[in-house]
Design a protein around this ligand. Structure first.
Ligand SMILES: Cc1ncc(COP(=O)(O)O)c(C=O)c1O
Length: 383
């Protein structure tokens, strides 16, 4: 059985060129970038060149990037750092309801420490309202955190507008761009954000490495204390191979965006048209914003079949997709994102997330559509 991987929003395979670069670094460089001898200087060169490469690809200055262990740490550093830096100014935080748990759970922890967290609602397409944010921003608002694009439904948020408003009001603004990188053009200097989170493993880079963009002039207290690495903004011996791999992955992710986009859009259209033809348009619902979405994420509910049944049947057929819900103690918890979108119960309980990546092709989509048709028929016959 040929396995089909359509869960790239969860993680992506490491690109062979990325692996090659990492191996080169792992086998060729072993000094500590903090050491003054030649081995240390070699290591430092790798750190600097990775930082320069990534910064150039995303419209940042090298000094604005802090390497982290991934999206989770970047989000945590942004929230805890901003809260600590801004506590004197105010203890009110505005956080969207559809953020990744790396933001939401950090916000919950801050609430336990006495911060007042107010959740920004979304509409049925998963979009926040800039007007709502305007109305709820207060003189004591320390931080606004709204992701650039959602990992479950792909909805893109009006981040530039939110950022412009936040700047006007002197409020710090964080955006999680983990899913957007590689899918949308990113120009950090143009996003009006003070803090931007990135992760390598969503773009065919290695797991366990990411970055936080910290805009010029923003003084962010470090989450990790120790050595002077990352200009005292993140202590710990550098993950050399990870940084080199991240840089190689970013380079690939931003190259030839038109061709990449055309390929992904073709897969998306084939999946949705294929499903319409095979099971009928009325048998499924696409969740998210039809006009503002990441091309590679397609969240579909099949109300006749529960999420768990569909996931298990697809898995048995060798097809890996996601439920978009957290799996706790063997049972699926309804997704906080879909719930925030206020979708009907049968849509909530039957959502499946397909997410495409470099390896996917048209034959795979055909197989996926046929398999879903078979599963739907089987379930319908049982009724
Ligand atoms: C939007 C978003 N933010 C943060 C993260 C966490 O990133 P990492 O897995 O690198 O810790 C993810 C990963 O699923 C994500 O999709």
């Amino acid at each position: 059985m040929n396995k089909i991987y359509m869960d790239h929003a969860a993680s992506t395979p490491v690109h062979p060129l990325v692996a090659e670069e990492m191996l080169r670094v792992m086998t060729g460089t072993y000094g500590n970038a903090s050491s003054v001898h030649a081995f240390g200087r070699d290591a430092k060169r790798i750190v600097s060149s990775a930082r320069e490469q990534i910064a150039a690809a995303i419209g940042a200055k090298p000094a604005d990037l802090v390497f982290t262990s991934g999206g989770t740490e970047s989000d945590n550093a942004a929230l805890f750092g901003a809260a600590a830096a801004r506590a004197e100014h105010g203890r009110h935080l505005l956080v969207s309801e559809v953020e990744h748990h790396a933001v939401l759970h950090a916000a919950e922890s801050l609430a336990e420490q006495g911060f007042e967290v107010e959740y920004i609602p979304v509409d049925t397409l998963g979009r926040v309202s800039v007007d709502w944010i305007r109305e709820h921003t207060r003189p004591d608002t320390a931080l606004i955190s709204v992701m650039l694009a959602n990992n479950e439904v792909g909805t893109i948020q009006p981040v530039r507008e939110i950022g412009a408003f936040a700047r006007e009001r002197g409020v710090w603004f964080h955006t999680d761009a983990v899913q957007a990188l590689g899918s949308l053009p990113i120009d950090c200097a143009d996003l009006n954000a003070d803090l931007i989170s990135f992760s390598a493993h969503k773009i065919n880079g290695p797991q366990g490495i990411g970055a936080l963009y910290v805009a010029p002039g923003i003084k962010l207290p470090a989450l990790l204390r120790g050595g002077n690495q990352e200009r005292k903004r993140r202590a710990g011996t550098e993950n050399l191979a990870g940084m080199a791999g991240f840089a190689a992955a970013v380079e690939l992710a931003v190259s030839d965006p038109q061709a990449r986009r055309a390929r992904t859009l073709a897969l998306r259209a084939q999946l949705l048209d294929g499903l319409s033809a095979a099971i009928g348009e009325s048998s499924f619902v696409v969740n998210g914003d039809p006009d503002h979405h990441l091309d590679h994420i397609v969240n579909v509910s099949f109300p006749a079949v529960g999420t768990e049944t569909m996931l298990m049947n697809l898995d048995m057929a060798g097809i890996a997709v996601a439920s978009g819900s957290a799996c706790t103690s063997g049972s699926l918890e309804t997704s906080h994102v879909l719930r925030a979108m206020n979708l009907p119960e049968n849509v909530l309980n039957s959502a499946i997330r397909f997410s495409f990546g470099l390896g996917n092709n048209s034959e795979e989509i055909e197989t996926v559509v046929k398999t879903i048709e078979t599963i739907m028929n089987r379930v319908r016959m049982k009724r």
